[in-house]
Design a protein around this ligand. Structure first.
Ligand code: SF4
Length: 366
């Protein structure tokens, strides 16, 4: 089976770990990939669901890894490939001078990405009628796995350690949306300034479009390398149903923000995260991708994976064939436009672990 299709299958169905302790860096809840564990298969590091309910009903199995983290994946006893698990990052064992474990401030994503949610609360998370139905930003906070506000100094300290001890190559700073018209841009600017003063590390920041496009320039001047503004769903009806609060920011506002941000950060350095499987058709998703690619925005399309405890915890993941029907033409579209995940300086599109898209790109460009 081609690697990209195996990745689609893994991300749609998840795996069962023979030894659940195999994952040193898997985790539950939070923003970004949750109830996932990273492993590397055929050179591609992917986030694969393991902890949530669907993972226990399937036939893809990963054996107990050896001391170096090497294992194999099989179905019905037939080996499909070799996999390896990342070792526990060394920076996880450190604490700040005021006693906060570094692992509560930032986590390792994929193979070499340091990821943090600078503000672990959100104006959109306060009520069930406004919250994004897929989001678990409050869960890891409630469970004590993180703290609500990471200060610039704390982030700088962790980033420096993660580079020096674990060879982290880029950093993602996302945020819940605070009250106020900047939509989190201000705390991302101050956080980036602190990280960049401490260590040479490419940074992607992620937020909703701020009300004033001047923030893109301020981000750039602070040292931000790449920007993510995430549509999540693409049609107004699906956006209203899945993310009633965030849908108040229209798709057209996202496009005007993209148009303002691309000249600041460069073609391919502005991206958006699109969750496939929430109700948008593949034609809807590909149509919006065509618009995005046309203005130099990298559309990072990932399969939706339900997170336990969220309103969508029982929503199915998209079938592998649905992902294949999007990612294959999208890889061709990206190639024609001269956009490539490899050229992104930092962030989710560069990491690629939440989707098979970069594996499709590699095959398309081979
Ligand atoms: S693609 Fe983004 S959210 Fe997914 S593991 Fe990589 S950095 Fe984290």
């Amino acid at each position: 089976m081609p690697t990209e299709q195996l990745i689609n299958e893994l991300q749609s169905f998840g795996v069962r770990l023979v030894d659940p302790r195999a994952s040193a860096v898997g985790r539950r809840g939070g923003a970004g990939p949750s109830d996932h564990t990273p492993f590397t298969i055929d050179g591609a590091t992917v986030m694969v669901p393991v902890h949530n309910a669907p993972a226990f009903e399937l036939s893809l199995m990963v054996d107990k890894p050896d001391a170096l983290g090497n294992s194999r994946i099989s179905r019905d006893g037939v080996e499909l490939g070799k996999v390896s698990f990342p070792l526990r990052p060394r920076f996880y064992d450190l604490t700040t001078a005021d006693g906060i474990p570094y692992s509560k401030l930032a986590t390792l994503h994929g193979r070499d990405v340091l990821a943090t949610t600078v503000l672990q609360s959100c104006i959109r998370y306060q009520s069930r009628t406004k919250t994004c139905q897929f989001c678990a930003i409050g869960q890891s906070l409630a469970a004590g796995r993180t703290i609500e506000r990471k200060t610039p100094a704390q982030l700088a300290e962790v980033a420096k350690a993660a580079v020096e001890l674990d060879g982290v190559k880029h950093m993602v700073m996302t945020t819940g949306t605070p009250p106020g018209s900047d939509r989190g841009a201000a705390i991302l600017v101050e956080s980036t300034l602190a990280v960049k003063a401490a260590v040479d590390l490419p940074v992607q920041v992620q937020c909703e479009p701020p009300d004033d496009d001047i923030w893109f320039q301020r981000m750039k001047e602070a040292g931000v390398d790449s920007l993510g503004m995430h549509l999540e769903a693409v049609t107004p009806q699906v956006r209203r149903r899945i993310m009633p609060g965030k849908a108040q920011v229209s798709v057209e506002r996202y496009f005007s923000a993209f148009a303002a941000a691309v000249p600041v950060f460069g073609r391919g350095q502005v991206s958006t995260y699109i969750l496939a499987g929430l109700g948008d058709s593949s034609a809807d998703i590909l149509a919006i991708c065509e618009r995005l690619v046309g203005i130099g925005v990298y559309p990072f399309v990932v399969p939706f994976v339900p997170i336990a405890g969220t309103p969508l915890e029982s929503h199915p993941t998209p079938p592998p064939a649905f992902m294949h029907g999007i990612l294959q033409p999208l890889a061709t579209m990206l190639r024609s436009a001269g956009l490539n995940s490899r050229d992104i300086k930092a962030g989710c599109g560069k990491c690629g672990a939440c989707s098979a898209l970069s594996t499709y790109e590699r095959r398309t460009n081979a």
